[in-house]
Each structure stands twice: as structure tokens, then as C-alpha cells.
Design a protein around this ligand. Sequence first.
Ligand SMILES: Cc1cc2nc3c(=O)[nH]c(=O)nc-3n(C[C@H](O)[C@H](O)[C@H](O)COP(=O)(O)O)c2cc1C
Length: 176
Amino acid sequence: METLEAIFTRRSVREFADDPVEAEKLRLVLQAAAASPSGGNLQAWGFVLIQDALRLAALRSLAPGIIGRPVAVVVICLDIGRANRMGGAGGERLAWLDLGLATENMLLAAHAQGLGACPIGSFHREAVATFLELPQEVQPVLLLALGIPKHKPESPGRRSISEVVFSRKWGVPYEG
Ligand SMILES: Cc1cc2nc3c(=O)[nH]c(=O)nc-3n(C[C@H](O)[C@H](O)[C@H](O)COP(=O)(O)O)c2cc1C
């Protein structure tokens, strides 16, 4: 799939078939995360893959935002210790931005391979940190639910380009 096609046809997928996802596809999704751009190349991130049915069920109970039954979940984590050590005062801010980029890379890598994915921000942070035995300086920021899509969701729509893109200064709609 072409990059632009992937960007414009990706949707958040919340309903998944029971079929397993090929290990090779998951590996590429995770490699896409680790290949993301990173401010100062700090790479203050970590990705925990959960596939085991019992652990998935436990994780779902800690994450009201997971609506369907994904066959895998990636817990996207911020390594604050590494961000501070390597990036100084601004390191943590850069690392937060990096996580968004890594998430989009994973979403696109999943979609390009016919997988469905949905970012999940609604979950109990402390409970998930305990569940994963995260070190004190690592925190879970976002979950990524993955699986084979049951169907292709409709787009929930977007604000128009003229509403969000400006020309020369804020408030002057871009007409391009
Ligand atoms: C940071 C973030 C957190 C999100 N959290 C959830 C969530 O907890 N549950 C959910 O079903 N969708 C969640 N979503 C998916 C959004 O609802 C979805 O991206 C948005 O409605 C636009 O739809 P689209 O991704 O199909 O373009 C989240 C998306 C982002 C970027």
C-alpha cells in the first residue's frame, strides 16, 4: 500500500475477528514504532506486547476504552528516566511527542498489512503500570489494540482544511 493511501484510508478499528495475527505482521508493526523519528534521538520509549488470552482479558478489565476483543495490545510507554538523563530539561517533552509519532507509525504499519488498530487512551494508568511491573520511571501512555478487522469503519469525519489550516497568519484560511 502506498504511504498516502495508507494515511487517507486508515480508520480506528474496534471490532476484531477471533483469528490470530501473523507474528511477522506484529513484528513489523513494532519495528515501525522503533523506526519512528525521535527528538534528539532520545528514543525514550518502550513497547510491551500482550497476546496471551488471560493477560489480554486482564488488561481489558483495566481499560474501559477497549471496546472490542483485540488479539494483541501494545502498551506504549514513556521512559521518563531515560528522557531526563539523555535529554535534560526538555527531554520529557520531546519524548511525549515521540510517542505520538511512534503510534502513528504503528497505526499505518498495521493498516498497510491489512490489520486493524485503535489507540486507547482510556485506561487505568496505575493499574496497568502495576500489571506490567513497570519500573518507577516508566509510565504507560497509550494502548494500541490490534487484530484482523471485522469490517471497515466509516470515517467519523474531519474538520475542514480551511478551518484548521491557515495562510500567512492564524485565522486566515488556507485556500490552496
Ligand atoms: C490519543 C488517542 C486516544 C484514543 N483513545 C481511544 C479510546 O480510549 N477508545 C477508543 O475506542 N478510541 C480511542 N481513540 C480513537 C479515536 O476515537 C479516533 O482516532 C477518532 O475518533 C478518529 O477516528 P479515526 O481514527 O478512524 O480517524 C483514541 C485516539 C487517540 C489519538
